[in-house]
Ligand binder design. Sequence first.
Ligand SMILES: NC(=O)c1ccc[n+]([C@@H]2O[C@H](COP(=O)([O-])OP(=O)(O)OC[C@H]3O[C@@H](n4cnc5c(N)ncnc54)[C@H](O)[C@@H]3O)[C@@H](O)[C@H]2O)c1
Length: 253
Amino acid sequence: MKLNGKTAVITGGAGIIGAATAKHFIAEGARVALVDRDQTQLATVLAELEASKAVAITADVTKGADCARYAHEAHAALGPIDVFFNNAGIEGKFAPLPEFSEEVFEEVYAVNVRGVFLGLKYVFPVMRDGGSIIITSSTAGLRGSPHFAAYTMSKHAVIGLMRTAAAEGAPRRIRANTIHPAMVESNMMRRLEMQRVGNRTLEDIQQEYKSKIPLARYIDPSEIAASVAWLASDESRMITGSQHVVDGGAMMI
Ligand SMILES: NC(=O)c1ccc[n+]([C@@H]2O[C@H](COP(=O)([O-])OP(=O)(O)OC[C@H]3O[C@@H](n4cnc5c(N)ncnc54)[C@H](O)[C@@H]3O)[C@@H](O)[C@H]2O)c1
């Protein structure tokens, strides 16, 4: 098993990618702490996992005190942390730049950038030497996306945080990498499709998105989880400061 005996913290643990990754990590031998602000959904996800292998911590990643608490509670429950999947994120709204809401910009920044920074700040000290940090960016972190200023900004920004963590972690053999999914079969995609639907059909919007992926389908959350597990494992021990794209070929066209 790739992650035998390892401990992991997963933010956005109640979400689709976080939950799929928790399941995969446990199947590979890890114990996990799931962090999310959605207490109800967190309980649902926890109930589906092997009880002795998972704990849930309700916290808002935008708040420093919550981040300090989840790092402390995860350490108390699991011991030193081997893997930090810094993954919580929101999508915000589509709008052209002149109409882009300042409030939405701030909201997306708070979760996707400040939340990732605070996670690094507080989890770093409780990590075991030789650990692995994986931050969820997006293909939107590698190119421009019209009408999607806040999300695009945030997913570029975390590459800077990842590189900082990779550089500061290296003396302790702590690695840091970003993962860049394209469209994943998820609630987030449903919400994005609904924003764009207007007078078109949902199927039409989905077809348009899928036409941007040479492998011609949305990515399954388990396919993101498998890549995250590999980056978390010792098999990727010489990989740090890198960007790992899981996009069905979307970035090449
Ligand atoms: N779904 C996709 O197509 C896709 C593609 C590329 C990247 N991503 C990224 O993957 C990550 C996970 O997304 P997902 O698809 O699982 O979405 P999701 O909406 O299912 O999960 C996100 C989770 O983050 C939690 N969260 C949001 N704000 C929070 C806060 N302030 N404090 C604590 N928890 C908070 C939510 O409650 C939710 O459970 C995000 O960073 C997202 O940007 C998703």
